[in-house]
Design a protein around this ligand. Structure first.
Ligand code: F6R
Length: 357
């Protein structure tokens, strides 16, 4: 039920701190340590390569899952769009593990790949929000998101839940190989949940940004480097699907290789700058587009802020910044859609789960 909320999407955005805390709790043992079924951890650590397969927002979560798994377990990971994988299968390693990320557990494109890889005799893990869903039933293993029903077509809380579960999976698997994280993930996810709460209380600021940058624009670009690039892809998808503004996410360094031709006077550029090691380079990319007339909205993290930044995120562990940097993007999309009179919860041409190929 929506309760007092005007839209499910806003309610689901607001649920993210709670969902994050719930996930921590669901994946903790009685001593408070993170834990995952040992069969799943063996399946991960026995694999010589992991193939993540997903669609849409879940694919964007997969790109970040690759970062967590490669950094924390040292197992190589490939991330594939489900609809492409079926017809253009990559060369597989000798001992692959497949991870399907799907909020609904019913996406036909992802299921088609699951059927294919099961036929080839490989093991599959499904990370889903829906217990008993098709992709959960047909995989060898399931990890649940515990995000509660997601009703709005635009996925929000499922995305951050996917990131939390992928981070926990990577951390526990790494630990199983004797690779311990240099920080306490339970504590840092708790800090993330608090930061999410702070952001959910800043709706007026998000509405102001949406009004300032997006109320009349035809298009909008999201740029970032490394993880900020992946979050930008998700920000662009959110914005286009509910506000119908043409929005694209780009790696900061890639824009000048063609797309910069689209920058005109006033074109909004939402730039994420949350990562210290690429802070100078992304800011250089912002200067390139500003020199062509772009209207930049720089979203940064406390500690990296500069004078012209539009919004400063509360500080969290750098590796977990996507869990918080996506929230302003979700809220900005929500308000942009609202200002432009769009049906936020049920955008045109879209269904909540895409059960046709
Ligand atoms: C975006 C969105 C879609 C889904 C995609 C995959 O907001 O909702 O892009 O993410 O259709 O759906 P699941 O995760 O259910 O497989």
């Amino acid at each position: 039920e929506k309760g007092t909320y005007p839209h499910y999407m806003l309610k689901e955005i607001d649920e993210q701190p709670l969902v994050t805390r719930k996930i921590i709790q669901k994946y903790q043992d009685e001593n408070g340590s993170l834990t995952i079924d040992s069969n799943i951890i063996s399946a991960v650590n026995d694999a010589d390569r992991i193939y993540i397969v997903a669609a849409g927002t879940s694919y964007h979560a997969g790109l970040l899952g690759k970062q967590f798994i490669e950094s924390w377990t040292k197992i190589p990971v490939e991330v594939h769009v489900a609809s492409e994988f079926s017809y253009n299968m990559p060369i597989l390693s000798a001992n692959p593990l497949f991870i399907f990320i799907t909020q609904s557990g019913e996406t036909a494109d992802s299921r088609a790949v699951l059927v294919q890889v099961k036929e080839l005799g490989y093991k599959a893990l499904t990370i889903t929000n829906v217990q008993g869903s098709t992709l959960s039933r047909e995989a060898d293993y399931t990890l649940l998101l515990h995000a509660g029903p997601e009703i709005a077509v635009a996925s929000t809380k499922a995305y951050t839940a996917q990131l939390s579960v992928l981070a926990i999976l990577a951390a526990v698997a790494g630990q199983g190989k004797g690779l311990n994280l240099e920080f306490d993930l339970v504590k840092e996810l708790g800090i993330v949940a608090n930061a999410m709460e702070v952001l959910c209380d800043q709706k007026e600021e998000m509405e102001a940004i949406a009004r300032e940058y997006l109320s009349t624009t035809r298009n909008c670009f999201f740029i970032g480097r490394t993880v900020d690039y992946y979050v930008g892809l998700e920000g662009a998808l959110k914005l286009k699907e509910i506000s119908y503004i043409q929005a694209e996410g780009f790696a900061g360094g890639e824009l000048k290789h063609g797309t910069i031709a689209l920058i005109e006077n006033g074109t909004p550029i939402i730039a994420l700058a949350t990562q210290e090691h690429v802070n100078l380079s992304i800011r250089g990319n912002v200067k390139e587009v500003v020199a062509r007339g772009a209207n930049p909205c720089i979203i940064t993290m406390k500690g990296l802020e500069e004078e012209d930044d539009r919004f400063v995120l509360p500080p969290v562990h750098e590796a977990l910044s996507p869990l918080v940097s996506v929230i302003p993007l979700q809220l900005i999309s929500y308000y942009a859609a609202l200002h432009r009179g769009c049906d936020v919860d049920k955008p045109r041409n879209l269904a909540k789960s895409v059960t046709v190929e």
